[in-house]
Design a protein. Structure first.
Length: 610
């Protein structure tokens, strides 16, 4: 197949066992084994520089957000061999209200949108006028099970937990999904400061560049010894401390468009065959080597970028922490002032007479300071005396600021049950409607996440499983039927829950009215409800497996069997009734003037002839 040799990469098989198989003899430097690498390298380095310029304002703002909310997920500069990865990062955080709110918000989004403990998506027929048969439904449910199994066996859920923290704080979280020989799929999540994004004409993110540090040993493990440049091969061959020498690796994923040749000719070059929609290149940043570390193509976009909220054609998203940054700075300052207030009350600054200069003085318990009190002198006294009434307004304001931070990060929404105040809900329907009302605030992000991230991610994963032969063959009834992905998000769950409660209440009332109608001898009102359809719809909104329902053909077959059995049970009684009717008829008088004689033809029985 055209371009098949560009469809895979060595890093799909990266592992310790693969590393053990690598040679240790450096390969000969070739003049230029890839004739288009000069043009491609210039394009990549130039575009990386321009994307860095466009990202500058976001990069600077991310530094402020990281300082107060999530310092461990930010890289100010990507420089190799700095040896400072363990330095203290949280010095600016005195009050952890913002961090705890981020934890609650991101955890709520994680469990609500991609929960590992319940189904959060399902495949469905996108053509509602087509009825799927049993084989099609079985294939869909089997495919869902296989996808969920692969997700659970990979690092999908752990990476998504971190991605929701990133999108809560920085507004953006790009995730790369690769094939993996051990786990089926593997996700990679660059942190803020490492990646650069760009959008296409539809304002969707279609370009991901990043730069990150890797040791020589890790580069060999990921790309293979023969694909590494000479300096990496030498470091790996030397061994010892050289194995942990860092290099800055650059990475680009972008649409596979043609490039203008830089050889002085008015022509274009194809980086990869046209069958690939996206291309990917790894190379050593700023280092001109004889070939890239890796170059491959993709038929589907291999990365997704979750964004909280977007503005026009901005590549990066805005976050709720950007709304809370002012309150977070304020609460840090007020917490410092509160600590200073307490410190002045416990260890106040002291004043003393001039005679005490250079004399021993102390405010430590059990210590003595000798002073002279002649002439009404105080001798030794506190310069600042705190009053308990001053701290109350400060504590109240801190409480109000903390509440605003939590409201910006939807803590009241995710903790709605445990923090419920006032009149409690009277029934299940009222409770679900309250939850749905709160969740409306998350509607824009949920919709954006489903369209920009979750949908493409599931399509990407299914494409990987299909190419790896991990999915069953589609039945004939599904060959030309497009499928869609329905998401079971927290908002959809609340909507479905409200609908389920309404159905239960309606059917319960219908049952009561049915009993009353039978007792009164009036038409049964339950006859207006299609109970079969109601049962199936209730199962759908309750996420009940469709395979546990009988098909329409099976139901019709069961009804026929049931009717036949009922007819057999009624036959003895029907025969007895027929015998009794015949006996009664034989004893009935047909004489002139009787009712029966009038029904008989002339000349029969007692009826007079013509």
């Amino acid at each position: 197949m055209e371009g098949s040799r560009w469809a895979t990469a060595p890093y799909e098989e990266q592992s310790a066992s693969l590393l053990a198989e690598q040679p240790i003899t450096p390969t000969e430097e070739m003049p230029n084994p890839n004739e288009n690498w000069d043009t491609l390298f210039s394009h990549l380095e130039a575009r990386l520089g321009m994307l860095r310029s466009w990202r500058y304002s976001w990069w600077a703002f991310w530094a402020v957000l990281a300082r107060f909310f999530l310092p461990r997920r930010y890289r100010w500069l990507v420089v190799a061999n700095r040896f400072d990865t363990g330095i203290s990062l949280n010095d600016a955080i005195i009050d952890s209200t913002g961090q705890l709110a981020v934890r609650t918000c991101s955890s709520g989004m994680w469990t609500g949108l991609t929960s590992p403990s319940r189904p959060w998506f399902k495949l469905a027929n996108s053509l509602p006028w087509i009825t799927l048969d049993a084989a099609a439904k079985a294939w869909i449910e089997d495919t869902e099970t296989r996808v969920y199994t692969v997700l659970a066996g990979s690092n999908f859920y752990t990476q998504m937990a971190q991605a929701f923290q990133d999108v809560t704080v920085f507004g953006t979280a790009p995730v790369i999904i690769y094939e993996d020989d051990e786990d089926g799929i593997r996700l990679y999540l660059p942190c803020a400061g490492e990646y650069y994004l760009a959008v296409g004409s539809r304002n969707d993110v279609d370009t991901l560049y990043r730069e990150f540090n890797m040791t020589a040993r890790a580069i060999v493990e990921m790309f293979g010894f023969d694909n590494c440049p000479h300096q990496v091969q030498t470091a790996f061959n030397t061994g010892g401390a050289s194995w942990d020498l860092e290099f800055t690796v650059a990475h680009a994923i972008e649409p596979n468009v043609k490039l203008s040749s830089r050889g002085g000719k008015n022509s274009t070059i194809n980086v990869l065959p046209g069958v690939f929609v996206y291309r990917e290149v790894y190379w050593l940043k700023g280092t001109k080597t004889n070939k890239p570390l890796s170059k491959r193509g993709f038929r589907t976009k291999p990365f997704m970028a979750a964004r909280w909220a977007t503005t026009s054609n901005d590549a990066y998203g805005r976050s709720p922490c950007m709304d809370a940054i002012g309150d977070t700075k304020q609460i840090q300052q007020e917490t410092r002032r509160k600590a200073e207030f307490i410190e002045k009350g416990v260890r106040p600054p002291m004043g003393a007479n001039v005679e005490l200069k250079n004399e021993p003085a102390s405010i430590i318990p059990a210590q003595i300071t000798y002073t002279s009190t002649e002439g009404g002198k105080k001798g030794f006294w506190p310069l600042f005396e705190v009053s308990a009434q001053w701290v109350s307004p400060l504590m109240e304001d801190i409480k109000q600021v903390a509440a605003r931070i939590q409201q910006c990060l939807f803590v009241d929404l995710f903790m709605a049950i445990s923090r419920m105040e006032g009149v409690q809900p009277r029934n299940e329907l009222e409770l679900t409607k309250r939850d749905l009302e709160r969740l409306q605030e998350l509607g824009p992000f949920v919709q954006l996440f489903e369209t920009e991230f979750a949908g493409p991610a599931i399509v990407r994963i299914m494409d990987i499983l299909q190419r790896k032969g991990m999915l069953k063959t589609k039945p004939p009834s599904l060959q030309n039927v497009p499928l869609k992905i329905d998401y079971i998000s927290i908002m959809r769950l609340a909507q479905a829950s409200a609908e389920a409660v309404s159905m239960k209440d309606t059917l319960g009332l219908a049952g009561s009215l049915s009993s009353a109608a039978k007792a009164a001898g009036v038409p049964d009102p339950i006859r207006v409800i299609n109970l079969d359809k109601a049962m199936k719809h209730y199962g759908e909104i309750s996420n009940f497996k469709s395979s546990l329902f009988y098909t329409d053909d099976e139901v019709a077959q069961h009804d026929q069997i049931r009717q036949a059995e009922q007819q057999k049970a009624q036959q003895p009684g029907q025969a007895a009734a027929a015998v009794q009717a015949a006996k009664t008829l034989s004893e009935t008088s047909t004489g002139p003037g009787s009712a029966l004689s009038a029904m008989l033809p002339p000349g029969v029985g007692g009826a007079p002839g013509g």
